[in-house]
Ligand binder design. Structure first.
Ligand code: DQA
Length: 145
């Protein structure tokens, strides 16, 4: 089984970015946690981060050819990007939306996600565990198919 985890703008700053909201773990530490979680099961994981919308669209298109499913923390693009939504709709690959914070308990503009209604599922509010839960749920979903 092969999955890709895509990360959007400013997630490269995790560790120092608003630690009271996002915690103190870096994105590299979260990647390590996710890889360690699924290592024994022999899951292959591609990990990607970009601050650029077009680069994420390109990543969705290219990973759709090589991966069985995606986990996406689109960060701020979650709330704004029709292009990312259209890319996911175009390739039709199963994906799970994840967020470190509980977007529904924050500012109103974060309550709307352009991805949730086309996602297989959504995990938010558990910090780095959102990634562990999201990747685990995606893998169970893919195995059950
Ligand atoms: C986030 C939530 C988004 O609203 C925000 O723009 C982010 C991170 C999260 O993981 O909690 O950059 O996706």
């Amino acid at each position: 089984m092969r999955i890709a985890v895509l990360n959007g703008p400013n997630l490269n700053l995790l560790g120092t970015r608003e630690p009271e909201v996002y915690g103190t773990e870096t994105l590299a530490q979260i990647e390590e946690l996710v890889r360690a979680t699924h290592q024994a099961a022999g899951v292959s994981i591609d990990w990607f981060q970009s601050n650029h919308e077009g680069a994420l669209v390109d990543a969705v298109q290219s990973f759709a050819d090589s991966a069985d499913g995606l986990v996406i923390n689109a960060a701020a693009l979650t709330h704004t990007s029709v292009a990312l939504r259209d890319a996911l709709l175009s390739v039709g690959i199963p994906f799970v939306e994840v967020h470190l914070s509980n977007i529904f308990a924050r500012e109103e503009f974060r309550h709307k996600s352009l991805l949730s209604d086309i996602a297989t599922g959504l995990v938010c509010g558990f910090g780095s565990q959102s990634y562990v839960l999201g990747t685990s749920a995606l893998l169970s979903h893919l195995k059950a198919k």
